[in-house]
Design a protein around this ligand. Sequence first.
Ligand SMILES: Nc1ncnc2c1ncn2[C@@H]1O[C@H](COP(=O)(O)OP(=O)(O)OP(=O)(O)O)[C@@H](O)[C@H]1O
Length: 258
Amino acid sequence: MMSFLVVHRISHTYFTEKTAVTALDNVSLSIEKGEFVSFLGPSGCGKTTLLSIIASLIRPTEGTVMLEGEKIHSMHPSVGYMLQQDYLFPWKTIEENILLGLTIMGINTQETRQQALDLLKRIGLKGTEHYYPNQLSGGMRQRAALVRTMATNPKILLLDEPFSALDYQTKLKLEELVWQTLKEFGKTALLVTHDIGEAIAMSDRIFLFSAKPGRLVRTFLVPSELRQLSPFHARQHPAFSDLFQFLWKELDSLEALK
Ligand SMILES: Nc1ncnc2c1ncn2[C@@H]1O[C@H](COP(=O)(O)OP(=O)(O)OP(=O)(O)O)[C@@H](O)[C@H]1O
């Protein structure tokens, strides 16, 4: 049976006037429904490029992406994207920001509105509906961005370093919240991160990339005792530090190659 998401022989070269940069070289991988995977690798290994290709923001030089057996060509309502910056519109309230996605997708109904506002309450933003983004902290804004991404009920969430601009404490709390929310709704998620600990704490599998050109080097299955635990608890498990050290060495040797 075909996997939920299939990335097949993707290569991508950015052409500028003077140069050609091969960001990805023949990357193939597949992800199952409900899995949480991370892309880990040195800076410039093409993680963001691959995410943008999956989101159809970039058309790859070669290769295909299939979601549930169908080729993805253009921006797809089944794919939700969450970035390092929240990209909330400053002139719209939190509620308006969240409902905007529903309107754009043509699914702004009483039911979808209610679901989005319920999720907003559940993740601790009750009472902020009529605030403007600049009246909230960075962590609160990222939570609002999560609700906005979830509101359209995407089948897969692409998370491009959504925690990296936050202070450490807020980051740990948000990792926990995102993990729990996605598990509860049975979502499939793909996280781009530089942070080895974050990748281990959140993922079922980790894809390790090398840079220049970006290649998929190895895939690691996170041990089941860690996978069952939420990120906060996984970080305290003895198996966490073993895997951390192992991945640290792997990444270090890839950095040395640069
Ligand atoms: N629009 C662009 N035009 C030209 N080159 C680009 C463009 N976007 C990315 N690149 C190059 O492609 C390579 C991969 O970039 P990408 O942003 O995908 O890597 P990354 O692994 O996400 O990096 P980081 O972890 O630093 O965000 C880099 O060498 C980068 O300089």
